[in-house]
Structures are given as C-alpha cells and as structure tokens.
Design a protein around this ligand. Structure first.
Ligand code: SF4
Length: 363
C-alpha cells in the first residue's frame, strides 16, 4: 500500500484518541505488514562531547545556562570511541549513535575527528549515526562520504510548542537540516519528546511535520521527558504509560515503514509497558545505562526482557546496505570553512529565564 504523506492534525488526533484496544489492534496489524514483529533494533548512544551547550532547550541538562549536576567533557578521541563501539557491538548493538552537545557543526579539526570516528565505526561493520546539531549540505555530504548511516535531528514537538521550549534556534532550521541530510544517501532519524507540557494537538502536530516529509524519516524516536533538576522542565509530571503507548501506536500507523524508537524515559516504564509499546509498533531501543546524560536500563536487563518476550536484536544493515567509507585523503568534499547563520528567534520563555536566573544565583 502506498505511504500516505498528507496526514492532517485532525486525522492524527482521531487515531490517537481511538478506543485503546482498537488503536493497539490497528497499529499491531500495520506493524506486522511492514516489519518482523519479533525483531528489535538495538542502538548504543554515546555522548562524544557532553555539556557546555549554548542552546536553551528547556528539557536539557547539557545547556550551559542551567545549573545541573552534569559533568561535561571535551570531544572524545577516535580511540576512545572505537573502544566504546567494540563494547557496544559485543553486547548486541548494531548501531552506535554519537551525540555532541553542539548548536551546529563547524568545519575544522573537531569535525574532521568526528568524520574519522564515523569511518572507524563503519569499518567495524556497525551502523553509524550522529547527532551534532544543525548541518549544511556540504557537511552532510562529508558525513555521507565517511560512511554515515543515519543522522539524528529531532523536531522535539509541534512547531507551535517548540517555541515554548526553545528560543535559541528555529523549527525551520531543523527542517532545513533534515533536508540537507536527505540530499545524501544518509538515512534520517527524527522524532520528539512527550511530557513537556504539550497538548495532544501538539503531539499530533509533531507527527504531521514528520509524516508529511517525503520520504518519511527512516527512524522516529519517541522520548518521554526525564525531568532533570535545574532545567526549566524540572517539575513536569511523568508521562502516563498510556500516553506513551498511544503515541507509539499512532506513529506506527502514520509512518508504517519507519523504525519507531523507544528512547529516553524507558527506566520509568515497566516491562509490561515496554512490551505493549513493542506490540504497538516500537521496534528499536537504545541500550546502555546512560542515554547521553539521563539513566537508561542496563544492557543485561534489556537482554533478559528480549529473552522473555522472544525478541531478537536486528542485524546491522538489514534495512539498507552498508555505506562505503572514503578515507580523508581521497575525499571529494573538502571543508568549506562554512559559518552559516542559523536562526536565533530569541523570543522570551519565562521558565527558561527563571531557570537561568536560579543557576546564576547558585553559582
Ligand atoms: S538538546 Fe542539544 S542543542 Fe539543546 S541544549 Fe541539549 S545539547 Fe544543546
């Protein structure tokens, strides 16, 4: 069946609010038509540069302006990353996702090192994903040429609610970055967070933005907010598991071929809750005891859960063949020394300003 690309907010809300059993049945049916329901892809998220970020994302402990207990670190070395990737592979991960707390990629030594990390992990026969902030077309081409498999750039929420959470970067820049990735053969990973105080209409709005992309993202992470002390969203109540299941099921229905990822917030979910998410169409998780900076279930616990549910980890490159890695000296795309002016909307978000003020007082 052809993929539908013209979903409206009303249509998506209608799906989201279906009677629970009907929603689950429809999602599970679509899931089985497009995927093996007993296979789940396992990724390991590696924070290659932690903290000190200039952005003001209201959910994020890595934003330098808020006071959190986070210990930052400079960019890891290629050897450190290789050692971590080997560990991840040995524990069953088929993909390593490297995250750097940057607003956007800047050409130069650090980006060259990231390109080398991409080549190194690809040569270990693992899928490599990066999440490095906004990206130009040339930077996307360079990552693709190094052997990048996926690029993550989340839309976070609907365009309307995004403005209530972040004031230092614009929604259109997110879409443009995704567009730059799309010009290459790198796959797109883009999703969002629920539990930030958004309405159901905002959740549907985010799914409209993602599902109307053509092609739809190959991967959509659904995160449940993990409120971190010191961030503007520290007092948000945990998302009910029912909302998480509804969100996963709705994502599966509107994006049938996409891999739907259970991401942050899994530690707050029971195994039964996670099992229902898998039934509703989730088919990827992040493994490892940390998700960038927030807690995540232990790898062994996950493998026990897989055994109990009869789930098998997906092999690397099952969905798309392994990209080739071109060495730095043979690259066609040299650094352009680009310094693009990404948008800074700079509107005022009261709770972000308050959290920033509190951090100053504590300092
Ligand atoms: S989410 Fe990313 S861009 Fe936003 S503050 Fe955190 S690290 Fe920076």
């Amino acid at each position: 069946m052809a993929i539908k690309h013209d979903w409206t907010k009303e249509e998506i809300l209608e799906i989201y609010n279906k009677p629970f059993m009907e929603l689950l049945y429809q999602a599970a049916t679509i899931h089985r038509e497009h995927h093996d329901p007993n296979t789940v892809q396992v990724s390991t998220l590696l924070s290659i540069k932690t903290g000190g970020c200039p952005e003001d994302c209201g959910y994020c402990p890595q934003a330098a302006r808020y006071h959190t207990d986070l210990e930052g670190n400079d960019l890891m070395s290629v050897n450190q990353v290789k050692a971590q990737a080997l560990r991840a592979k040995a524990s069953g991960s088929s993909r390593v996702c490297m995250g750097a707390a940057w607003r956007n990629v800047k050409d130069g030594e650090e980006f060259d090192n990231v390109l080398e990390m991409v080549r190194t992990i690809n040569k270990l026969d693992m899928e490599v994903c990066c999440t490095l902030g906004m990206l130009t077309e040339n930077q996307a081409e360079r990552l693709a040429e190094a052997g990048l498999y996926a690029y993550n750039h989340n839309l976070d929420s609907s365009e309307e609610y995004y403005k209530e959470v972040i004031s230092t970067r614009g929604y259109q820049d997110r879409l443009d970055t995704i567009g730059n990735v799309r010009k290459t053969n790198v796959t797109v990973c883009s999703g969002g967070i629920i539990g930030m105080g958004e309405s159901e209409a905002d959740r549907a709005g985010m799914l409209v933005a993602l599902s109307t992309l053509n092609p739809q993202p190959e991967s959509v992470p659904i995160n449940a907010l993990v409120p971190v002390e010191g961030t503007p969203l520290e007092e948000q109540q945990p998302v009910p598991i029912w909302d998480m299941i509804r969100m996963v099921a709705t994502t599966r229905i509107v994006m049938p071929e996409t891999q739907v990822r259970l991401s942050a917030g899994r530690t707050q979910m029971s195994r039964e809750g996670q099992a229902m998410c898998f039934f509703a169409g989730a088919n990827s998780i992040f493994a490892g005891d940390k998700l960038l900076t927030t807690p995540n279930p232990d790898v062994n616990e996950d493998m026990e859960m897989f055994k109990m549910l009869g789930l098998n980890p997906q092999k690397a490159f099952e969905k798309k063949s392994q990209p080739e890695s071109v060495d730095a000296e043979n690259s066609q795309y040299q650094s352009k020394g680009e310094k693009p002016k990404w948008t800074r909307p700079a509107h005022k978000i009261e709770r972000n300003l308050e959290a920033q003020q509190k951090a100053k007082t504590k300092a």
